[in-house]
Ligand binder design. Structure first.
Ligand SMILES: Cc1cc2nc3c(=O)[nH]c(=O)nc-3n(C[C@H](O)[C@H](O)[C@H](O)COP(=O)(O)O)c2cc1C
Length: 334
């Protein structure tokens, strides 16, 4: 991965032969960043997307669920597949398997705080096992046949802040970029992300560093680029229901202008587009059900929409939800 700089900010980012259009990418979010959300975010300006984490053990056992999580459309490229696991052989086997689907990047999860994952020695547990993490990273790099990245935390807890050491070790193992979510495992998702850790990591490795955590607005995204000198900003929760954030961050970076927020009409149209993709990808029942949390997020912040939100999470059936969204367009837009 190489970077060109224009002024203070990254002008383009490259991983392997892929040049990224902007430094704003979609973070992996389990249960949220499925193929429909990734497609919408790519259409609206995310320059790269991550799948949610997928179990290496599941992949080597050929689990249908793991494979379903990796279904993607060509328009999502460049895409990173994220895998998690604690056994180097399983991680290498999973990397070799998913490589047959030809993702642009394979990413190693070194950050998941969930008990189930930690108990198996994977995710953020690897922050405490540098020797094992080295083995895993080297094995995945060898098996992947494409750039490998890793997403880490600031450490296991406040007494073991080792993100810099971990990132340096990963670079030595051949990893092409490191994403940093600067909270400890002990913090989970509580408290503020400590962006100074992103800066420390960016100053300590020569591979590009992606920063993650608490970017809610275009101004936050720019501030992260400026204050941490990360190569790219990963946006997670704030992109749910606001896929325009990538574009508005890029507009701000290029022109200094704050883009207008999406109108309710644009928001409803995009929500309909995503609902259609959800139903196509998952079938009507699951598609409609899983779309509910996105619909709630899309309508967040619109005054007077609480009634509509409450209604939408109760309606069953693709056609009925579409009809309600269409009616809302007529009802609420001039
Ligand atoms: C619901 C949820 C699911 C997540 N799933 C993953 C995951 O599968 N893999 C991963 O590396 N990080 C995962 N994360 C962490 C995010 O990628 C990101 O680092 C974190 O949420 C901070 O960024 P944000 O404030 O922009 O959301 C998850 C976070 C949340 C809230």
């Amino acid at each position: 991965m190489t970077l060109e700089r224009r002024g203070q900010y990254t002008a383009s980012m490259r991983i392997g032969s892929v040049v990224y259009e902007t430094p704003f990418v979609l973070a992996p979010l389990a249960g949220l960043t499925d193929s429909p959300m990734r497609r919408i975010c790519r259409r609206l300006g995310a320059s790269m997307v991550w799948t949610e984490m997928v179990s290496a053990e599941g992949l080597v056992r050929d689990g249908a669920k793991s494979h379903e999580l990796l279904a993607f459309a060509e328009e999502e490229r460049p895409i990173a597949f994220q895998i998690f696991g604690a056994r180097p052989e399983a991680m290498a086997g999973a990397a070799a398997r998913v490589a047959t689907l030809d993702p642009d990047v394979i990413d190693i999860n070194v950050g998941c705080p969930a008990k189930k994952v930690i108990r198996g020695g994977a995710g953020a547990a690897l922050m405490r096992e540098p020797a094992l993490l080295r083995e895993i990273a080297s094995a995945v790099v060898e098996a992947a046949g494409r750039p490998v990245t890793a997403k880490i935390r600031s450490g296991w807890d406040a007494d073991s802040l080792n993100a810099v050491d971990v990132a340096v070790a990963l670079e030595e193992c051949g990893v092409s970029a490191v994403a940093v979510h600067p909270r400890t495992r002990a913090q989970g998702f509580r408290g503020a992300a400590d962006w100074s850790v992103i800066r420390d990591v960016a100053n300590s490795v020569s591979v590009p560093v992606l920063g993650s955590g608490d970017v809610r607005t275009a101004a936050d995204a720019l501030r992260m680029l400026e204050t941490t000198s990360c190569a790219a900003v990963m946006i997670g929760r704030a992109a749910v229901g606001n896929p325009w954030l990538f574009q508005s961050a890029e507009t701000l970076r290029r022109t200094g202008a704050i883009a207008d927020a999406a109108t309710l009409a644009e928001t409803l149209a995009t929500a309909m587009e995503q609902l259609n993709l959800m139903v196509e990808a998952k079938g009507e029942h699951r598609g409609v059900l899983e779309m509910r949390k996105h619909l709630v997020a899309y309508l967040r912040g619109f005054r007077g929409a609480s009634h509509l939100r409450a209604e939408l999470v109760r309606i069953d059936g693709h056609a009925a939800v579409l009809e309600r969204l269409r009616a809302a367009m007529d009802e609420y837009t001039p």
